[in-house]
Ligand binder design. Structure first.
Ligand SMILES: [Zn+2]
Ligand SMILES: [Zn+2]
Length: 278
């Protein structure tokens, strides 16, 4: 009997022994399940189940933050050759450094680069950012813009988003350029000045205006707050906006910043209207 009990205690396939052996494993598993790491992972899974991630262009369910492969294939990246100042893409046959627009009159900003040609998925991405206040869209946009920004924005002191008039911010609830600029600021570790540049008057939407009308529409519309003028003076600024059409908005902002003494203005946008076809 004693022998049997001993056997019971020592046999590895004995139920008592298995349960005893399993206890540390179960408690270990429970500790794992309730560990901060696993809890966070499970909460993430739960959130993904209830609120699945969606492509920011076509709203198809995807497994990651960003856009689906089909929409990615409809992004047209602007590549050289391009105008050295405003970043307008050239035909392969063009042999000039500057585009006709920059040759006929240099812009106030020192350099501008846009990542994408406006159209296809780039347009959908901009609209998703503008009308859905999708912070994950803003982060995705900042992420894809980052290599381009790193290439052109050396030794920048501050990041400034192109401002909206306060009535538009209160109606929409946010400034889409500020959302992108905040993420760029975080990625680059460069301070952002959100309120230093202001839009003094409500300007009609630039959408239906000609190039000359756009210029007139935004001329003198921006100014630097007097409390920020000391900071802006002699500073190198990275100006951020979502779309570049004729450059009149970026130019008017640059004018206000340079009038305050800014040393250099590098502007970046997600998309630019071009002749390129997707
Ligand atoms: Zn898609
Ligand atoms: Zn140009």
């Amino acid at each position: 009997m004693i022998k049997e009990i001993n056997l019971c205690k020592t046999a590895t396939n004995n139920p008592c022994s298995r349960a005893k052996n399993a206890l540390p494993a179960i408690s270990g598993a429970l500790i794992n399940v309730f560990s901060p790491h696993h809890l966070a992972k499970n909460i993430d899974r739960f959130i993904d189940m209830v609120f699945p991630k969606k492509c920011q262009c076509c709203r198809e369910v995807v497994q990651w933050d960003g856009i689906c492969p089909k929409c990615w294939s409809r992004l047209l990246f602007i590549r050289p050759p391009m105008c050295k100042i405003c970043g307008s893409p050239f035909d392969k046959t063009d042999q000039f450094d500057l585009c006709t627009s920059c040759m006929s009159g240099l812009p106030v900003f020192d350099k501008h680069r846009s990542l994408l040609s406006y159209g296809g998925s780039a347009r959908k991405l901009v609209l998703s950012l503008k009308y859905r206040k999708d912070n994950s869209s803003a982060m995705f946009i900042a992420e894809i813009m980052l290599p381009m920004v790193l290439e052109i924005a050396h030794k920048v002191d501050y990041i400034i988003p192109v401002p909206l008039h306060w009535t538009r911010v209160s109606k929409r609830g946010f400034n889409q350029s500020a959302l992108i600029a905040r993420h760029l600021s975080r990625f680059l570790g460069i301070p952002i000045l959100i309120d230093s540049l202001t839009r003094n008057r409500k300007t009609p939407s630039q959408g239906s205006l000609t190039s000359h009308m756009r210029e007139k529409n935004v001329a003198g519309a921006f100014s630097v707050k007097s409390s920020s003028s000391k900071m802006i003076s002699e500073a190198r600024i990275l100006l951020v906006d979502d779309v570049y059409t004729t450059g009149s908005t970026i130019n008017a902002c640059s004018e206000a910043l340079k009038l305050t003494g800014a040393k250099k203005i590098i502007a970046v946008t997600l998309a630019k209207t071009t002749k390129l076809k997707i």
